[in-house]
Design a protein around this ligand. Structure first.
Ligand code: UT7
Length: 325
């Protein structure tokens, strides 16, 4: 059977690290509140690097790690809610920077589920025989769409990018998935609103308040636990798996308390959930591939291991994938 196999992973983050104590100097918060409510201690924040810089770094590392020439790349998909431009896409910017002249390149938007959606698309192209390989990246500079005066959101997010080089394989790879959307609840997590202003309908100048991240944290928490649990159950049932068959679960790195609920309700040991939100915060579409890359770099996964990745986010959306490494 033809599968899409993850051959190499990579990640990139700005050098600048902002701690919870740093944030307590600009908003009314504390290390204690942030750590207890979220599990986050620090995050990487851009000193000017835009998203294209981070995703290009990931793509260059992937080429090197997979020993692939840029002209042999068929497809580049980048998931992001914080691209440099409306157009060109980040994927086309990556294409230029790495010299992948023969690739088809485009971006997708599925917020924190973005990497899962992008990987799902690459999988379909590869399984159908249209393309034989792809670079799939999630990358964000969320710091540019955060209201740094709003303590309820600014403590949660970070900047970064992560991705994978995937290839047609007959041995292992993506086994099954469950992706979904609930547009009905779109307004519980929004960002980047641009009002329709033109010469015939002028709106006040300056940044519109809805440009920033707005989130009903409690509703998102409920959405996440309900849908990630259902989605993981569905994927495991489809393959007849129990938790004993799974080496690691790589969840979206939003909040350790969300992971605690999922672990408890699914009766899966907490230690099987790989987390690094303590150092990165929530990097939206980048969070799962950054964590997956860390697992890989630490040598914690071996070929043949079964891994579940599961994300949720704006839209609202969710996406779960079972892979054999
Ligand atoms: O990828 C996107 C996914 N997003 C998420 O996964 C977010 C999901 N939701 C959450 O993770 C949690 O809801 C939050 C971490 C966002 C908030 O935690 P919470 O336990 O739901 O807190 P809360 O919003 O109910 O706020 C509790 C209190 C409030 O004060 P009062 O009304 O009880 O006096 C807030 O004003 O905490 C206050 N608060 C803060 N205090 C200190 C909110 N933010 C802060 C802060 N520092 N940064």
């Amino acid at each position: 059977m033809i599968r899409t196999r993850l051959i190499a992973t990579a990640a990139s983050a700005p050098d600048q690290v902002i701690t919870n104590d740093d944030l307590s100097k600009i908003v009314d918060t504390s290390d204690e509140w942030i750590t207890q409510r979220t599990g986050i201690r620090e995050r990487h924040i851009s000193s000017g690097e835009n998203t294209s810089v981070l995703v290009t770094d990931v793509a260059s590392q992937l080429l090197h790690r997979a020993s692939v020439s840029p002209e042999n790349i068929d497809l580049i998909i980048v998931a992001s809610v914080t691209p440099d431009y409306g157009t060109p896409s980040l994927a086309c910017m990556v294409q230029k920077e790495i010299g992948a002249a023969n690739a088809v390149a485009f971006d997708i938007v599925a917020a924190c589920s973005g990497f899962m959606f992008a990987l799902s698309i690459a999988d379909k192209y590869i399984k159908s025989g249209v393309y034989k390989n792809a670079i799939v990246i999630g990358g964000e500079t969320l710091s540019k769409i955060i209201d740094w005066k709003d303590r309820s959101t600014c403590v949660l997010f970070g900047d970064g990018a992560g991705g994978a080089y995937v290839e047609r394989s007959e041995e292992a790879g993506i086994i099954c998935e469950d992706i979904g959307s609930c547009g009905e609840q779109y307004d519980i997590l929004t960002e980047g609103y641009v009002p329709c202003s033109n010469v015939f309908n002028e709106v006040p100048s300056g940044i519109h308040p809805e440009w920033y991240v707005h989130m009903d944290g409690r509703e998102v928490f409920k959405f996440a636990t309900k849908n990630v649990i259902k989605s993981m159950q569905k994927v495991m049932a489809e393959e007849g798996l129990t938790e004993a068959d799974i080496k690691y679960i790589v969840p979206h790195q939003a909040n350790v308390r969300i992971v605690e609920v999922i672990s408890r309700k699914l009766n899966i040991p907490y230690g099987k959930f790989y987390m690094n939100m303590e150092q990165y915060g929530n990097t939206s579409s980048a969070s799962i591939p950054i964590a997956l890359n860390e697992l890989n770099e630490k040598g914690l996964i071996a070929r043949g291991d079964k891994i579940i990745m599961s994300g949720f986010g704006g839209g609202m959306t969710w996406g779960t994938m079972l892979i054999v490494w």
